[in-house]
Ligand binder design. Structure first.
Ligand code: PA5
Length: 445
């Protein structure tokens, strides 16, 4: 199985009868998703990607990753939202959240173009000083402001450092297959390009070149990631809410939402999952938050945030539930040292594995939070490896599609993201936005 879903800690909040009653809606949503008959069905390419991905491009991704590993010390991934969260999540989950600080034979990887901060850009420019640099600009539209600005900055750096010819060997572009402005520009400049498939939206693109090139540069085995996702695709096609973990998760979270639990908090007891949490937040937030509906996706790392948000989760407004992502088999062994002075009174734990203590912290927290009125769900993967993570990524993508249709929204669009862009362009005086500019400025205080 490699991935298990356990909703038994939600028993006091929802019943088997209620799960049975929502099952027909969830099965209908699954059928809509599998048949491609629902809203947003032009963006379902991610469903079959683990099996029908472009083998030629996959081989080019691996070759480009090797070239990048050989020729640079610093690899800069330029992209925002779905264009970077997936790769960063995988790299940090499988390698480390301190990946850049590790002793390794792969380049440091930095993520840029994900804000409009002069400080972030100038810091990264100084990090690049005296080091060999490659960049991968990732933008489906090619016109997103944040990555476009960063691309200007780092393209200029590379051209100054290596000349136009040298820079050409160090710039990799992941974008629309044929139509976009970035594709045209890349072809004119002679940069190697990779494809964001037309039928895959940004937040579902981690298993395309968008995610795979940066992931491969970090040394993660991308074949295994795809194998895990491929097995998941088969498992989650089964039309049985009780046997299919993705359907059961979609059913339970929709039921909880209908009972007023409008906030889902994704929980991990390991900081290497911080960016996985961020990826998940975009996946569910952008897919479900529309038409005045949706569960608000939040996240925490425990036990760290038990000392900051724990109070609220235990006793605050009772409108949240937690979904814990847990790895069954720990991959690092470390024991509590014996201390003669025993000032902290912890000698009863001397020699105990930290993973055992972490597990007990989790079990104690689940029971306390359930007692406090927060339902808990647990998703467990067997190991922290490529195969299991590939499965987990696909699990969330599939559950998200089913859950969104069950909720009654189109999970594959994001019309609301445009609102801030229009205002920002108008306020910046972009040609064509003159009327809006005056009206917006009049409202600013
Ligand atoms: O999920 C999405 O569609 C978004 O997060 C996009 O990935 C993000 O806005 C970046 O867009 P683009 O790839 O066009 O630069």
């Amino acid at each position: 199985m490699a991935l298990k879903f356990n909703d038994s800690y939600a028993n006091g909040f929802i019943s088997e009868a209620e799960i049975a009653s929502i099952s027909s809606e969830v099965l209908a949503a699954q059928k809509t998703l599998l048949d491609g008959t629902g809203e947003g069905n032009a963006f379902l390419g991610w469903k079959t990607l683990p099996d029908d991905y472009d083998r030629e491009e996959f081989a080019r991704i691996k070759a480009a990753a090797k070239k990048i590993q050989k020729t640079c010390d610093v690899f800069i991934v330029i992209g925002i939202g779905g264009s970077y969260l997936g790769s960063r999540a995988v790299i940090e989950f499988l390698k480390s959240s301190s990946y850049n600080a590790l002793k390794k034979d792969t380049p440091d990887i930095y993520f840029s173009g994900r804000d409009i901060s002069a400080q972030s850009l100038s810091e990264l420019l100084s990090i690049c000083e005296g080091r060999d640099v490659c960049i991968n600009v990732i933008s489906k539209s090619g016109t997103t402001t944040e990555p476009a600005v960063a691309f200007r900055v780092f393209r200029a750096l590379l051209e100054e450092k290596y000349g136009k010819e040298g820079a050409r060997e160090r710039i990799f572009v992941t974008t629309d297959k044929a139509r976009g402005t970035l594709k045209k520009f890349a072809d004119e400049e002679g940069y190697e390009t990779f494809v964001v498939p037309d039928d895959v939206g940004g937040r579902f693109s981690v298993l395309t070149a968008v995610g795979l090139l940066p992931i491969a540069v970090s040394g993660v085995e991308i074949d295994e990631l795809m194998r895990g996702a491929s097995d998941a695709a088969k498992e989650y096609a089964v039309a049985d809410v009780n046997a299919n973990a993705a359907l059961r998760y979609a059913a339970v979270r929709n039921l909880l939402y209908r009972k007023g639990y409008a906030i889902e908090v994704l929980v991990s007891y390991e900081s290497y999952a911080t960016m996985l949490n961020e990826w998940w937040k975009q996946l569910f937030g952008e897919s479900e938050g529309k038409d005045g509906k949706g569960l608000f996706p939040a996240s925490v790392i425990f036990s760290t945030e038990l000392h900051s948000l724990g109070q609220f989760i235990q006793e605050g407004t009772r409108n949240l539930f937690e979904t814990i992502v847990k790895v069954k088999t720990p991959d690092v062994s470390m024991k509590v040292p014996y201390d003669e002075a025993n000032v902290d009174g912890l000698n009863f734990l001397a020699g105990t594995e930290l993973s055992t203590i972490n597990e007990k912290a989790m079990q104690g927290t689940i029971l306390a939070h359930v007692d406090g009125g927060a339902p808990n769900l647990v998703i467990e993967i067997d190991e922290k490896n490529e195969y299991c993570l590939g499965k987990l990524l696909y699990f969330f993508e599939f559950a998200c599609g089913v859950s969104g249709y069950t909720l009654g929204v189109n999970p594959f669009n994001q019309p609301g993201v445009e609102a801030y862009k229009k205002n920002m362009f108008a306020l910046l005086g972009k040609p064509g936005y003159e009327d809006a500019k005056a009206a917006l400025e009049a409202r600013l205080k």
